[in-house]
Design a protein. Structure first.
Length: 184
């Protein structure tokens, strides 16, 4: 939707606009926190009961920021750059979180059909009660189950983007939340 608005805007104006399209962003200094940040906090508080099916293309927020800075200087106006990071299964993400945090992860796997059902149920309960139980939206489930892997070759070539390893990203994210008293 936002992308269509930018396209429509550019049809009538001549401005140098470069689009950066990131994967799922994780990283330190996520003060709000974002949906991925809440996932990390839920994991640290042992509120992630299952290993989900599928996976995500994960990119460090610092790598996205660097790509944006470089895009201002070197990006071609009107171009889109996928800054997707690397694809990791949900199991890999949880194993890495466990490794960097010392928190034991879930052992039971949740199949895709059950993920859809649970996401719909949680959405309904959230609407009825006005409070969010767990961050598992129908959109996130769809993304995870498609197992979409970004091709970031263009961003790597033109913007000289390098992606940090998942271990570094999650280690720094967990440390930041702990250092800033987000965890009990």
């Amino acid at each position: 939707m936002a992308e269509a608005a930018v396209d429509q805007f550019l049809e009538h104006r001549s401005l140098p606009i470069v689009l950066i399209q990131p994967g799922t962003i994780f990283g330190p200094s996520d003060a709000a926190p974002s949906e991925s940040g809440r996932f990390v906090l839920n994991f640290l508080q042992q509120k992630v009961p299952f290993i989900l099916t599928g996976g995500l293309s994960i990119v460090d927020a610092r790598d996205v920021a660097q790509a944006m800075i470089t895009a201002v200087k070197q990006g071609q106006s009107g171009e889109r750059y996928l800054v997707g990071g690397q694809y990791h299964s949900a199991g890999e993400i949880l194993t890495t979180l466990s490794e960097v945090s010392g928190v034991k992860g879930p052992q039971r796997k949740l199949p895709g059909w059950a993920m859809h059902l649970l996401a719909r149920l949680l959405t309904l309960i959230s609407r009825l009660t006005g409070q969010s139980l767990v961050d598992l939206s129908v959109d996130v489930v769809k993304i995870m189950l498609t197992q979409q892997q970004f091709n970031s070759a263009k961003a790597m070539d033109v913007l000289d983007v390098n992606f940090r390893p998942l271990l570094e990203t999650l280690r720094d994210t967990v440390a930041w939340y702990r250092d800033h008293d987000y965890c009990e």
